[in-house]
Design a protein around this ligand. Structure first.
Ligand code: UD1
Length: 465
């Protein structure tokens, strides 16, 4: 088809999009600083709504998701002031107004704020968050648990409205059994129960380190919580919480992502700090099975040394202390280059294998049936233009790019920016060849071919030792 001059003028102009260009084959060495945990930061910000006094959160990662959570909290009447990696939060004057759906739909964790608000004010409204790229992600366990604590909960026109009858407007402690150990439901109900009258017991609770961090944070504000980190959490309600100054735990998923980056690249040797090695037991065990050398150098420092050959290993994602679903995509990238067949079973989310198609574009050999992926190891990956489909998938593509021959160009960086603070700076400091660039994208979403080949990193990758 020939496009006439006037048709050409009518076409909408190309827009610019940020991409990451990664040239594979560079060894990583040095030390990387791990940021505060994204998933802790988000829920601790929600928990700040429980307290009528000013709080300080430290070690807060600088991420798009944290910005969004701050907007949600502000929309409810609280103030959030950022200073370096700290947040000053003041929820002395919050209201029951519903947070905007646009924000809640972009950030599922913002729904968790329903627990603190109903606990503190006796009434809360939150839009249903809806599904997301990795699954339907219902909130039925949150709703059932709030009902068990004495709230009336109605869902009308997409808004969840929870309120407590009676003069006191106070939730009442209850024994709650969760059908599955949902992280979010455990957190919502733990927060709600801190101000309830009497004792709450959450059975089959999630045991993730972020749940423990939330419990520690709430206890530092005067809450009475026992058993966080086990399957049974007991919360004795108190009347009011008080000010605190609290540092968020290191991000185990960011740390795990770097460990995999160390394992997949040739001749790499670097340390990560701060980390809590106990949070990474499953990841460390599987990395060692694949053939990487992973060691604990100090109580808060780990070291990864790459080693060859990499061998296939099977993985099944499970709630903590099992292998984390948030590390599945990154590990799949590693297994594409491991000798033999690996079977990856995703049991936590129903739609979390969309990165397979992108890894296959880079030369991987992965087949999917339902929630199972069979990865047949290949001798090498080759750089290609790829699209990130969700947060951890984008990290997997970066990892694959670090090991691939030639340049990998990754689009869809809004996913990456949700959860990784300065990933490319940290990798570059370790010696990776990675750079963010702007490309022209046609209105149909296709990157113009000129922008794909005009990489500022157009240089040969080093020879493999
Ligand atoms: C949290 C993490 C996410 C991680 C996940 C599992 C945050 C902000 N996000 O998400 O990074 O991947 O834990 O470790 O902390 N479910 C229900 N009903 C519910 C709630 C959950 O059926 O009411 C199901 C979900 O659909 C999913 C499973 O339970 O299949 C686990 O989800 P959950 O542990 O709740 O994950 P999130 O808290 O959303």
């Amino acid at each position: 088809m020939v496009i006439t001059h006037s048709q050409y003028q009518d076409m909408p102009p190309a827009v610019q999009e940020s991409v990451l260009n990664v040239v594979g084959g560079y060894p990583l060495s040095g030390q990387v600083r791990v940021s505060g945990a994204k998933n802790s930061a988000l829920v601790l910000m929600a928990a700040s709504l429980l307290c009528p006094q000013e709080l300080c959160l430290r070690n807060v990662p600088n991420l798009a998701d944290v910005e969004r959570m701050a907007e949600i909290i502000r929309s409810l009447g609280a103030s959030v002031v950022k200073a370096d990696d700290s947040l000053l939060l003041n929820a002395s004057n919050i209201g029951q107004s519903s947070a905007p759906y646009d924000l809640v739909s972009q950030l599922r964790a913002s729904f968790f704020a329903i627990g603190p608000i109903v606990a503190r004010l006796g009434e809360a409204k939150m839009p249903l968050p809806g599904g997301c790229a990795i699954g339907a992600r219902p909130v039925d366990l949150h709703v059932r648990g709030l009902r068990a604590l004495g709230a009336d909960v109605q869902i009308d026109h997409g808004i969840v409205h929870a309120y407590v009858r009676g003069q006191q407007k106070r939730l009442t402690g209850a024994r709650i059994y969760l059908d599955c150990p949902s992280v979010g439901a455990t957190e919502t109900l733990m927060m709600a129960a801190t101000l309830a009258e009497g004792e709450t017991i959450i059975e089959n609770a999630a045991q993730e380190p972020e749940v423990v961090d939330l419990a520690n944070f709430c206890c530092s504000m005067g809450a009475k919580i026992r058993g966080a980190g086990t399957k049974t959490i007991v919360i004795s309600g108190v009347r009011e919480l008080h000010a605190t100054d609290y540092g968020i735990v290191p991000d185990r998923i960011e740390a795990g992502t770097f460990l995999v980056a160390g394992a997949i690249t040739h001749s790499s040797d670097f340390t990560l700090t701060p980390v809590v090695p106990a949070h990474l037991t499953a990841v460390m065990t599987k990395l060692r099975s694949v053939g990487a050398e992973v060691s604990i150098e100090a109580p808060n420092t780990m070291r990864v040394v790459s080693s060859r050959p990499l061998t296939a290993v099977d993985i099944e994602t499970l709630p903590f202390p099992g292998f984390p679903t948030d590390m599945q995509a990154q590990f799949m990238a590693l297994l594409t280059l491991s000798e033999g067949n690996s079977v990856i079973t995703e049991t936590v989310f129903e739609n979390r294998l969309r990165h397979v198609a992108e890894l296959n574009r880079m030369g991987a050999d992965i087949r999917v049936k339902g929630n199972i992926a069979v990865v047949r190891g290949v001798p090498f990956l080759s750089g290609a233009p790829v699209l990130a489909t969700d947060l951890r998938a984008s990290a997997a593509l970066v990892i694959a790019g670090l090991a691939a021959q030639g340049t990998t160009q990754i689009r869809g960086l809004h996913h990456l920016d949700r959860g990784y603070e300065k990933l490319e700076d940290k990798l570059r400091n370790l010696g990776a060849c990675i750079e963010r660039a702007n490309i022209d994208v046609e209105p149909d979403g296709i990157a113009s071919s000129a922008s794909l080949t005009n990489s500022p990193l157009d240089q040969p990758a080093p020879l493999k030792p």
